[in-house]
Design a protein around this ligand. Structure first.
Ligand SMILES: [Mg+2]
Length: 216
C-alpha cells in the first residue's frame, strides 16, 4: 500500500492553481533515458508504450528481466541531474504563469528520489513546491485544491493521470502534452474532455484563458 503524500509544505494563495507533471512534460524523460540505456549496453525497442519487456541487451539482444528494467529506471532517477533537461519554453512558461497562479509539481516517482529532483528543478529556477508520489494523482489534486472555487488546471503526458484528476476534480482544466516520439504515439489516448496542448506556449495560453473564463 502506497502512502498518501504529505501536502503540508504546499501553501496555496487565493489565486488559480496549476498542477504539473514533471517527466516528459517539464523535463525530458524518454530521450535521455534511451541515451542512458545505450551508455549501459542496452536499448529500448519502439514496439509498444512500455519500458518493461521492451529493453534488450545490445550484446545478446535478449529482453532484460523486469527487475533489471526497474533497477535501471531507479538508477536513472538517482542520476537524473546528469541526464534530464527541460523542454523548450517550459521554464519561461511556468515562470510567467506563476505571476497569476500557484504552480505545484506532482511527479510520479518513488519519494526517495525527491531530493535529486528538487535540486534539479531548483537549478533550473523552478522553485515551485513539489509532491513526489506513486499514488493516483486525482485524490492528490483533490486534497490540494480542497474544494476551492478558484480555477485549477492540470498538465500531464499520460491519459490515466488526466482521467484520474478529471474524476476527482470535475472543474479542472485537463491538458495533455507529450513529446513527439514513436513510443508516445503508441500511448493510450486521453478521452474527449481532455484538451491537447502542442507545446508549452500553447499550454500557457489555454491556462490563461481558463483563468479568465472561470473568474466571473
Ligand atoms: Mg510524465
Amino acid at each position: 500500500m502506497l502512502d498518501f503524500p504529505t501536502l503540508d509544505h504546499v501553501l496555496l494563495k487565493d489565486r488559480p492553481l496549476v498542477v504539473c507533471d514533471v517527466d516528459d512534460v517539464v523535463l525530458e524523460f524518454l530521450k535521455p533515458f534511451e541515451a542512458y540505456l545505450e551508455a549501459r549496453g542496452s536499448k529500448l525497442l519502439h514496439r509498444s508504450y512500455r519500458l518493461h519487456g521492451n529493453i534488450i541487451s545490445l550484446e545478446t539482444e535478449a529482453a532484460l528481466e523486469d527487475s533489471v528494467v526497474s533497477g535501471l529506471i531507479e538508477s536513472f532517477f538517482e542520476d537524473q541531474e546528469r541526464w534530464q533537461t527541460p523542454f523548450a519554453e517550459a521554464v519561461d512558461t511556468l515562470q510567467a504563469l506563476e505571476r497569476d497562479a500557484d504552480v505545484v509539481f506532482l511527479t510520479a516517482m518513488p519519494p526517495r528520489f525527491a531530493e535529486a529532483r528538487r535540486r534539479l528543478l531548483d537549478q533550473l529556477h523552478l522553485r515551485f513546491p513539489m509532491i513526489a508520489t506513486e499514488t493516483p494523482k486525482g485524490p492528490v489534486v483533490k486534497a490540494l485544491h480542497a474544494g476551492r472555487t478558484l480555477p485549477v488546471g492540470f498538465i500531464d503526458d499520460m491519459a490515466h493521470n488526466l482521467h484520474s484528476v478529471g474524476e476527482h476534480v470535475d472543474t479542472c482544466l485537463l491538458i495533455h502534452m507529450m513529446p513527439d516520439s514513436v513510443i508516445h504515439r503508441m500511448a493510450p489516448k486521453p478521452a474527449d474532455h481532455v484538451r491537447r496542448a502542442n507545446d508549452w506556449p500553447h499550454a500557457g495560453e489555454m491556462l490563461k484563458a481558463h483563468f479568465i473564463a472561470s473568474a466571473v
